[in-house]
Write a protein that binds this ligand. Structure first.
Ligand SMILES: [Zn+2]
Length: 283
């Protein structure tokens, strides 16, 4: 009896030890958002966005991506503009590719929060433009949430525009949740919802997250680029469909109004500067 209970106790201890060893991925009691710094986009011509220099408070963009952690899984949203592979041999420096630059690769920031790509349940892009897809292939093990029109464009024979198919090619064979210009309640309790917001691209989308303390946050992707687009109603010159953008903006603004939510414009420097970065989080 004593021997048996000792054995049980040892087995139990062993189990506890192995659980402690494997339980490194943090869990969250309520949704939280980790924010990653993916650098900047500099030297843009404001005319591309139908503005003059004087009309904008800040011309340069920042680049960001986000990890939403929910008690029953994770959603990675966007993946930066400079691939982590570009940092090989340049660790600790700023890597520049054309108008984009970054001083930190993405995956080490994800690791700082306690996660690796294998821990990501869902992956979504706001849209296919190359300033958002740089590390998309790293998340091809997750279930990819994408609007049909966007996926069709991404895997067309010869897609043209701001697109780097090599950065997301692995998504073609990923487990995929295809949406037809519709919302998707990711974890089934209404707290994390991918919302269709087309116009900037055929299947642009945003993510609404209901946080216990910070309230509702909408990760806005490129629904807007400059805060001044929101106040003037102007759209960029290179929208896929500017009229559709206006309808999407009206829909998301109504949602923000109804929920008292906050919009995070992904490229807006003031927004990003004000947010804590991983490993800190917002909940
Ligand atoms: Zn962008």
């Amino acid at each position: 009896m004593i021997k048996a209970s000792r054995a049980c106790a040892l087995i139990a201890l062993g189990l506890i030890a192995s659980l402690a060893a494997t339980a490194q991925t943090p869990t969250a009691a309520s949704p939280r958002i980790y924010v990653f710094d993916n650098g900047a986009i500099k030297g843009l011509d404001p005319a591309l966005f139908n503005f003059t220099r004087d009309e904008l408070k800040e011309v340069d963009f920042v680049n960001a991506s986000y990890l939403v952690v929910h008690p029953s899984g994770t959603l990675m949203f966007d993946s930066g503009g400079i691939p982590d592979s570009a940092f090989a041999g340049h660790e600790g420096t700023t890597v520049t590719e054309g108008v984009m630059s970054a001083s930190k690769p993405l995956l080490p920031q994800l690791a700082s929060a306690g996660y690796e790509p294998a821990d990501i349940t869902y992956f979504a892009l706001s849209h296919y433009h190359s300033d958002h897809t740089a590390n998309a292939n790293s998340f091809a093990g997750a279930t990819w949430i994408v609007q049909k029109a966007e996926r069709d464009f991404m895997f067309a024979d010869a897609p043209e525009g701001i697109i780097e198919p090599a950065t997301f090619g692995a998504l073609r064979s990923a487990k995929t949740k295809i949406l037809d210009d519709e919302s998707f309640d990711v974890f089934g309790d209404g707290s994390v919802v991918v919302m269709s917001a087309p116009g900037h691209t055929p299947g642009h989308q945003v993510v609404a997250v209901k946080l216990a303390n910070a309230g509702t946050v909408v990760l806005g992707g490129d629904l807007y680029h400059y805060p001044e687009e929101r106040t003037t109603g102007r759209t960029p010159t290179f929208e896929f469909d500017a009229e559709q953008s206006r309808r999407s903006r009206a829909k998301i603004e109504a949602f923000l109004e109804e929920t008292g939510g906050t919009l995070w414009i992904e490229h807006d420097k003031a927004t990003l500067d004000a947010l804590p970065k991983a490993p800190a989080y917002i909940d």
